[in-house]
Write a protein that binds this ligand. Structure first.
Ligand SMILES: O=C(O)CCC(=O)C(=O)O
Length: 259
């Protein structure tokens, strides 16, 4: 699935691109089943909601031999429908930075503060440039009530917005975009848009896109997979406390696109 010059231009303007129903219902059922299987593992790669046993994030799905390995996610990361657009948008070979799956269980699933992923990857992993790209795969219906993502279209063009450190709001510490900045940025760029869709839809988004999501108020789960790719030229620098490979893969192994 080669992107057209027009699609690339649109991505550069908006910072994201949506492909509804890119994966089939059978593929989604298999990926969903794999996540359910892996979520029973007890390991540090599975993080929980604050004050609850409900899973929040699973890392390590593509890591061969690891406790949360899944062949299905390993293959998905190399699938032409996802990897080709990533290479087209970054205009060079890429390696896999990480895959994380975010659960939002019915009623329990918690929110994500406004943030830019690259603010975190720059600070935590010394990624030199925002030459990383995320492919979000919807594994359930993402609705406003179930806690879909929201984007501020075009906000990736701001570069890194001076972040605030938040290690108290949720179980997962994050560099965030503060309240006053969000008010100013949305006054300039317009209100955030809801990233809703059916299972199997895929959304590509820029590492500097300002995004966040609300609590899952619905009686249904909202699971999503995030496949994050880094341009091979964007070699991570040294940091005093490197994060584990399952969060920030430092091995530069260019991915081959599979048919
Ligand atoms: O899954 C969500 O609702 C938000 C996830 C997110 O923004 C992130 O992982 O950076």
């Amino acid at each position: 699935m080669k992107l057209t010059a027009e699609q690339i231009k649109t991505f550069e303007r908006d910072g994201f691109m949506v492909f509804p129903n890119l994966l089939s219902a059978n593929e989604v059922a298999m990926l969903h089943g794999e996540l359910a299987r892996v979520s029973t593992v007890v390991d540090e790669r599975i993080m929980r909601e604050k004050g609850s046993d409900a899973p929040r994030i699973i890392y390590g799905l593509p890591d061969v031999g690891g406790p949360t390995f899944s062949q299905a996610y390993y293959d998905l990361a190399r699938d032409a429908r996802i990897l080709q657009p990533v290479v087209d948008l970054l205009r060079e070979d890429v390696h896999l930075y990480h895959i994380k799956c975010n659960f939002k269980e019915a009623i329990d699933g918690g929110y994500w503060q406004w943030h830019q992923d690259y603010a975190n990857w720059s600070a935590n992993d010394a990624a030199p440039e925002p030459r990383l790209l995320t492919a979000l795969v919807m594994l359930d219906h993402a609705t406003e009530m179930s806690g879909c993502l929201y984007f501020v279209p075009g906000s990736h063009r701001l570069g890194i917005v001076e972040p605030d450190w938040d290690d108290t709001s949720t179980s997962y510490a994050l560099w965030t975009v503060g309240k006053q900045k969000m008010i100013e940025i949305t006054a300039e760029f317009g209100d955030p848009v809801a990233v809703t869709g059916e299972p199997g839809s895929v959304v590509f988004f820029h590492a500097n896109m300002i995004h966040g999501s609300g609590h899952n108020m619905s009686p249904r789960a909202r699971w999503q997979a995030y496949l994050v790719y880094n341009a091979v030229s964007n070699v991570l620098g040294p940091v005093p406390n490197p994060r584990p490979d399952y969060q920030a893969n430092r091995k530069i192994e260019p991915l081959k696109i599979s048919a």
